[in-house]
Design a protein around this ligand. Sequence first.
Ligand code: FDA
Length: 541
Amino acid sequence: MKNQNTLYFLFVSLICLSSYSSNHQALAYIDEGLKQCLIRNSQNQTASIFNDIYTPDNSSFVSVLQYPIKNTRFNSSDNPKPFSVITPKEEAEVQSVILCAVELNLRLRIRSGGHDYEGLSYTTPEKGDQTPFLVLDLTNFNNVSVDSAEKTAWVGSGATVGDLYYRISEKSKTLGFPAGVCHSIGIGGHFSGGGYGMMLRKHGLAADHVVDARLVDAKGKILDRTSMGEDLFWAIRGGGGNTFGVVLSWKVELIDVPETVTTFHIVKTPEQNATNIVHKWQSIAPKLPQELFIRIIAIAQKPENTVQAMFNSLYLGPADTLLPILQQSFPELGATRQDLGEMSWIEALTTIDGFPKGTDPKALTGTIVNEGKPFYFKGKSDYVKNPIPVEGLEGVWDFLRESNSGLIIMSPYGGRMEEISESAIPFPHRAGNLYKIQYIMDWSEAGREAYESHMGWIRRLFHYCTPFVSKSPREAYVNYRDLDIGRNSMGNSTYGAESKNWGIKYFKNNFERLVTVKTQVDPQNFFRNEQSIPPRSHILN
Ligand code: FDA
């Protein structure tokens, strides 16, 4: 009877929420309902989860909620806040949270590293959205266990890619893993969307190397690869986070890396023929040996406003074999032996990530702290299948000159990415792509005016690039989440036909199979966010 009373109050508080002058009371009911449910579900388990629940009246709530938030766009006072953040330490606690959240029909956000470009792991993008939600933060699931003899590792979703790289390097100088560049990216979201880095052309994506996983489904069951079956195992390797369940940990196969790798960072300006060199790079970079990845970061250097195209590279081998490749295939770059730096794989990752030369690679296990400085940003992505003409590139440089801090990153494909089939995992952007563009705009000024002008810049640049990039669909990378390309309506948990819009862009033909898997494993659509795969019944045609 007591349970029923609690649920009744919870129900009343949920439906009446919008009419409360203050919703504190309602949130307290929800919180109480959740706690009651956790008590019922925890009878045979440790009750330690109660030490891991943070509500706004807890003095640590703000720091626990905000510590991994990178994007100030989602960290202001008017961004909706969860009524509770839970940081479980045991798998059984995650099961209890899921069972209770399903029972009480609570909206759940899952967070690993908190890098989601649209903040979907800890807030709702609709300012003023009053639907209560809970953040399940997996920060304590950060164990990394490397088996160098078997060349595999189990890594918790709450670990970072830097944790994984460093722990591998502690065990072996000739093993590595092909994931993202920034060390603080969380494993949970990164692997859920694919995950690429500077070894993409030789080894493909992080998700291509996942061989097992442990997941809590909407029934609160823990499944591994065998018990979840191959369809669900396929879907979680790139089908996007918060869609099929909570992935607790992943087993990955490691890759061999040479003891010596080579990096370089060569900058060209338009006065140094940058436009023509970038133009040539578009057709050369995807055809170079797979061991060689040369990306371009283009910005306009202030205050001179000179465009700089930075050729930033990792080569899996020594400088003496790299130099002749560059001289023969890409002489326009003018690389000399002095430009090339030899080091170990882990040192190369540390340097490419922006740490000063000589930094102890253990730095990769630290988190990035914004030091209180506002850092608003917006990202977008595109795939390029035919070289952009010189005049087209010049137009992009004009956009860079116009902005204070906009930049683009061009990452070459080809190599291993050509060899893996589009349907091997949900990530479909394989053969036929010369490179991917990432557009980034960041700013530090608060307020509507700054927001409008910076968001306006990136949207105009994206529009300008329309003729040069993939069409029907205009493909996009789900890990560079972009709500401009469409969203599910969350309000009453029904979905519009627009899910097909963004779904086809992120997943192409794999979208259909993802919908089928979702319909089988989570027909009630418990795991959901503004861009999660909907069950078929939720798609309006
Ligand atoms: P976060 O915790 O925000 O989760 C992202 C999404 O996954 C959310 O929807 C969340 O609910 C869901 N999710 C998280 N954990 C889950 C779990 N355990 N089970 C189920 N769902 C879960 N990408 C890339 O490929 N290469 C790169 O080099 C970079 N570099 C980079 C740098 C910086 C500074 C940023 C901010 C981002 C990148 N990215 C990137 C993009 C990155 O891969 C993407 O944002 C990932 O989703 C981040 O994963 P997190 O766990 O950190 O995010």
